[in-house]
Design a protein around this ligand. Structure first.
Ligand code: SAM
Length: 376
């Protein structure tokens, strides 16, 4: 199996290089309107935005910022295939402009816009990002009625373009079966609240650190595995540090990433160097988690009913019988516009070794890993 990826440095308000109906899934996080770190970028996109902010016209600035994002959403309407999905991670903003404090509801403004195109809103996910900061509460403290609730969540908005996707040919059905999730993963990934830790901002490049709002790898990894099958094409029109690209590589899906700021290229290249290890560590962890789940299930409810044919795992449902995990064999890229990835199917032997791994101590694990006896 192989996958292809490209990063294009351009403005996603015009997706000139992306063909009509060529994308199966969009996973992205735009710059957040009314969050101060993005004011300059929005002002570059439309100088009227800076003017409205300096005149304390919060409402007008909010609307103009969204008008720029609307251009991208309209392009998605063209490039996404019928029955394709769009997943948008976005947070609302709280801000005082002039003397007025208010919430700017980015998620509802984007939902309204996408719904006016050919996208149907689907049940969404709340991403809980709890903060322990001692100064997290705003306003009048213990005294009513001038305090404000702290925002400790972001949204993952989910839309489908029209009707349910059909998998009618034998090849389509086979690919879908191979792309299945484990039952216990489904139970967590398809619940409406995700508790994922944020990403530590530890970038050496100060300019980029200020402009970086990366989401954690697990966020696009889950969404890609939930809403696309192997071999599909995933688009991120705001690729930033490349997290969606890395998650697509780890999942055996093709991808296209668009980024306005060329300064991100070094960071994406750096990520590509370690993405093989990241991908294979992700697969290893899924197997380890599954083995632990199987043990607990057996103790509580007895043997699992089905056997996975690709890897010999016990599984809960018939739908998991053909589930197949692939590991990255090789990544080849001369430049970011042409990245190709080759995969190997995980062998039974590797799974066996990995299962032994789950029964060893941390110290033994380290030795096995350095001896190359665990997943590459
Ligand atoms: C919230 S960040 C995305 C972070 C990304 N999810 C990650 O994990 O690194 C938004 C990104 O969109 C880029 N951007 C903003 N406007 C853009 C536009 N019109 N076209 C392309 N990229 C844009 C910004 O430079 C920034 O890197």
């Amino acid at each position: 199996m192989k996958s292809k990826h490209k990063i294009i440095f351009s403005d996603s308000r015009k997706l000139t290089d992306v063909k009509k109906h060529s994308v199966d899934l969009v996973v992205t996080s735009p710059p957040y309107p009314m969050i101060e770190m993005w004011d300059d970028l929005f002002t570059q996109l439309n100088p009227d935005i800076g003017a409205e902010l300096s005149m304390n016209n919060g409402k007008a600035a909010f609307e103009l910022m969204h008008k720029e994002l609307d251009k991208v959403w309209k392009e998605l309407d063209r490039v996404v295939k019928p029955s394709g999905f769009v997943c948008i991670n976005i947070g609302d903003a709280t801000r005082t402009i002039g003397k007025q404090f208010q919430l700017y509801s980015n998620h509802s403004r984007i939902t309204t816009q996408l719904s006016s195109l050919s996208f149907r809103p689907m049940p969404l996910i709340l991403w809980r990002k709890a903060t322990n900061a001692p100064n997290k509460f705003m306003g009048s403290g213990m005294l009513p009625a001038g305090a404000y609730v702290t925002l400790e969540h972001e949204y993952i908005l989910i839309f489908r373009k029209g009707d349910k996707r059909e998998f009618s040919t034998p090849t389509d059905k086979e690919t879908r079966n191979k792309s299945a999730l484990f039952w216990e993963e489904r139970n967590i990934w398809f619940s409406d609240t995700w508790n994922l830790a944020g990403v530590r901002q530890s970038m050496s490049n100060k300019k980029l650190r200020d402009r970086n709002a990366a989401y954690p790898f697990d966020l696009p990894y889950r969404l890609i595995n939930m809403y696309a099958v192997k071999g599909d094409t995933v688009l991120d029109p705001f690729i930033g540090t490349g997290t969606t690209l890395f998650a697509a590589i780890a999942s055996g899906r093709n991808s296209i990433g668009i980024e306005y700021d060329k300064n991100f290229s070094d960071l994406i290249e750096e990520g590509l160097i370690s993405v093989k290890a990241l991908s294979n560590e992700t697969v290893r962890k899924r197997i380890k988690d599954h083995s632990e789940f199987v043990e607990t299930y057996r103790q509580k409810k007895g043997d699992l009913k089905y056997l996975n044919e690709s890897h010999n795992f016990p599984v809960v449902t018939r739908q998991e019988k053909l589930l197949q995990l692939d590991i990255v064999k090789d990544i080849d890229f001369k430049n970011l516009s042409n990245i190709s990835v080759e995969y190997n199917q995980l062998s039974r032997d590797q799974i066996e070794r990995n299962n032994q791994w789950t029964q060893t101590s941390n110290k033994q694990q380290k030795t096995l890993y350095t001896q190359g006896k665990l997943l590459p």
